[in-house]
Design a protein around this ligand. Sequence first.
Ligand SMILES: Cc1cc2nc3c(=O)[nH]c(=O)nc-3n(C[C@H](O)[C@H](O)[C@H](O)COP(=O)(O)OP(=O)(O)OC[C@H]3O[C@@H](n4cnc5c(N)ncnc54)[C@H](O)[C@@H]3O)c2cc1C
Length: 693
Amino acid sequence: MYKIAIIGLGPRGISVFDRIIAYARNDASATPLELYLFDSKEFGPGCHTTDQADHLLVNTVACQMTQFSDDTVRGAGPLLYGPSFADWLISKNSALGKGTDAKIEIDRNGYYSRALFGDYLRWGFEYLKKMAPPHLTIYLHNYAGVDNLQWDKQRWQVAYDGCNFPADFVYLTTGHARKVLSNSEKKLTGQVDAARQRNPRLQLVLEPYPIRNATSSVMAGDTVAIEGMGLTSFDLIAQLTQGRGGKFESAGKLQPAGRLRYRPSGQEPRILLYSRSGLPLTARAVNQKGVFGQYKPKFLTFTKLEELRAQADGGQLDFEKQIIPLLWADMQFAYCFAWLHAKRDKIAALMFSNEFLAADSAHARQVLVDRHVDKREQLTWDKLVDPVPPLALKSRRQFDDWLRGHMWKDVEHALQGNLDSPLKSACDVLRDVRDVVRAAIDFGGLYEHSHRWVLSEFLPIMNRLAVGPPKERIAQLLALMDAGTVRADFGPGARCELDESGASFVVNGYWDGDSERANVLVRGRASLPGPMEDKSPLMRQLVEHGIVRPFMNGQFHPGGITVDRNMNVVAKDGTAQTTLWALGTLVEGCKFYTFVLPRPGANSTTMVDAGRAVGRMFDAIAERNMRLQMAQEELQGVHEDEPVETAVAPPSLSAVPTPAPMAAAPLGFEAAAPARVRRLETDPANCPAFSRS
Ligand SMILES: Cc1cc2nc3c(=O)[nH]c(=O)nc-3n(C[C@H](O)[C@H](O)[C@H](O)COP(=O)(O)OP(=O)(O)OC[C@H]3O[C@@H](n4cnc5c(N)ncnc54)[C@H](O)[C@@H]3O)c2cc1C
């Protein structure tokens, strides 16, 4: 009998759960397993809680989200089919039957609420649970968080609600965490508290999630400064407008399709939106690729990456010099193909493609582009990175005009679609080739300076161009700007500071003298703390006991803990702990972009990582079983003439060679009779395998 624990059952933990069930179902030896699942909340949804408001949407179209593997997933173990979010919505919808009020039209390319997505994940958990084979016993523990995990020289001990649960194998999938305040945040909090004596409406919100809590004490008449123009800020804006009864409606027949008007409820505050770039994320285009139409890289390929790495001194790469040119070539290819397809025809686009692929240098490709694509309509990397023309920076008014035009053009491109719009087609490449980008960055694959550059320069650009909200959100923001509810024209480099004497926040725009006061400041960013700043008792213990170590690329700590390529957690002393794995945002830093959900038809990294981690565990179990069998045979051989007992006592642990310290848990023998394994779902009080600590 082996005991396995998963700590954290959000989407990542569910992927591990899925893989354990898939492997167990295919385990011919039917080795008895006990699986302990721990989460302080309901199993499945993770941060996509089911009680949030319907105006908070997922940022991915339904058909491109799944919790299950498919035929494209390689090296992740046995397949276990399940519905994508879109498939689930459709089947749930038809199950409602005709004439039911709740029945809605399902759009595979639509954006649905996060609460509904949470429902899907919750359902997914139940679906998987039903598929567990009889030799897998599942114990559910979900009314408290795990607050410690320790190694007692025999097994892991999972501390949960005052009990210690022993485990041979442990998966850490605790996802989004809260951050302890930095010194500057503590100082600001203290200053705000002091200034509140003079202005009782002064509020500082450093943790935007859950959105409802973050904004609950904001009142009509308040002015809220939101720092950041990313996805979290769009959530905050939706909560402060739609969430307060405001309505978006069509701007009328005389306006272009997609243009909206905002009808305020009178309950919303005034909102000041600012960021380092001064630009909101761009809209996600209408999905014309379906589920499987991902762009296949022609330049930034895995093979090319391997070649570059083989040539590199020490195997590290320079992202700006070596990866960006390849990425750009792919983006240029997608742009020109879509442009020629639209302006000429498909044959012209295909002929161009052949020439472009055959060109032997960036210069030769540019010559081709110059020959085929109108100069004024060509895409340049510089224009993508910094689209603000110098003229727009002359004054706030000019910037405001330019920004509104820029945002509306963005909506128009998005309406054309991610294949038909040359711009959106090029930007979508950034999403579609993300796995190759990951392979370049993961596990310290870049030079230290280059890793820093990626996080400070490339990541914000990639997010702005390719990881934006649905196009409706940009149209809504424009409508809110038109209605005067939101001001977003502070320009690049805007900052907010506390005016202690005036007991208010002040947002200072790009232009001298351009500032506006606010009484609430909200940080529009979900925190992604590294292990040293993680507020959770579990992570603090893991750090303190040296079970984890912060990931470092040279002197740079990009965040997260260190894992090896099998996702095994590396301890402070550098040992890879072969019975402990970590997946998801915990390892963001060592891995890149760990917080996206699996995409169907894309050999999703989430499934591959989970499959690899679980596969290693089943290998270890098989190996241990084999060693055990050999030990038993040896025992029987020595006492050949003696009768063989039906319940063979486990051999002494010393008979089984144990690798490096903390590298392998000893055999997990239990006195229980495997033949009568039942599937149990219990609370700890009924759990046979817990001890009060
Ligand atoms: C607001 C928001 C919106 C998002 N929208 C999208 C989107 O549209 N598309 C997309 O691809 N990605 C989105 N993401 C990214 C998100 O990271 C993934 O969707 C996914 O939820 C990550 O899954 P996870 O399991 O790693 O983490 P989580 O979803 O955070 O789940 C972690 C689970 O672990 C549990 N846990 C934590 N600590 C403990 C402990 N000590 N003991 C026991 N249990 C514990 C938590 O209760 C939770 O259930 C969004 C993220 C946020 C924050």
